[in-house]
Design a protein around this ligand. Sequence first.
Ligand code: ATP
Length: 328
Amino acid sequence: MSKAIKKIGVLTSGGDSPGMNAAIRAVVRTCAYYNIECVGIYRGYQGMIEGDFKEMGPRSVNNIVNKGGTVLKTARSKDFMTAEGRKKAHGHLVEAGIDSLVIIGGDGSFTGAEVFNKEFGFPVIGIPGTIDNDIFGTTHTLGYDTALNTVVEAVDKIRDTASSHNRLFFVEVMGRDAGHIALNAGIGAGAEEILIPEENLGLDRLLESLQRSKASGKASSIVVIAEGDKIGKTVFELKDYVEANLPEYDVRVSVLGHMQRGGTPSCFDRVLASRLGVKAVESLLQGKSNYMVGLMHDKITLTPLEQAIKGSSKIDEELLRVSDIMST
Ligand code: ATP
């Protein structure tokens, strides 16, 4: 029998994403609902190693549901990669009476959680928080929907200037290993071409497609490119290549960068964060550990952390087809 849970620690780790605050709020309020204590751990695993903790009651999370970033701050901790660092962290948790953890982060954070659980038998539940949507076991990670809306809004604005000047714009979006943002926001924003890490469009096809666009009467074009696209050139090298081969094009580059991580979370992300936070706490109370809570077919589900880390979140073939047809 697992020991009754009395005090849950919550932390955010890795890259921040909109909706993390809503998830913290949900964890804190669910703990209060079930009359158990909740402790906020600052700066992810680094704060755990340093004992940077703060008791959190239901009123301590007022007015954060609508805020981007994370009030608990986040960090990437090299010390937590060492057995010595994790031992220190465990010591601080025991000292503070914390008996279980909710970890809000990406697959790296989940790997850390799994290692920690194996070493100390410490109950852990993960909430997927990353804008990249690259985690197996959930159709949406926290922050992904907000990031899509941010990208679409930015591309809409770029389109205004692109069409006024008859220009070709390359817009680079986040996604080193996953093209979910590029593909979905690209379709939503009406991009002529979308380059993603999962698919090799090839330089020749890109040139052909741009030539076709020009011939069909399109005076301006937007190409959305994931930062890790398979062509292997930086977006600036791609610009040089296209201008050298299609001199009629005047290419401009816009790298959206970190603005994609920020901003007010969308309603979808807030609701998702609330559902995931409730499920994370209830799962711990039911004696479950080493799972990630996620969204599948509009139901909140549990996936073993190991699968969430190792499995890949595949790109939707139907979306690729839709994107092809839309660029006609
Ligand atoms: P994002 O998707 O935004 O990058 P992430 O959670 O994948 O988020 P990482 O930097 O990969 O971000 O991981 C966050 C932290 O998790 C690391 O800084 C480290 O402290 C911990 N971590 C990652 N891998 C391990 C591991 N193998 N062992 C112990 N801790 C780990």
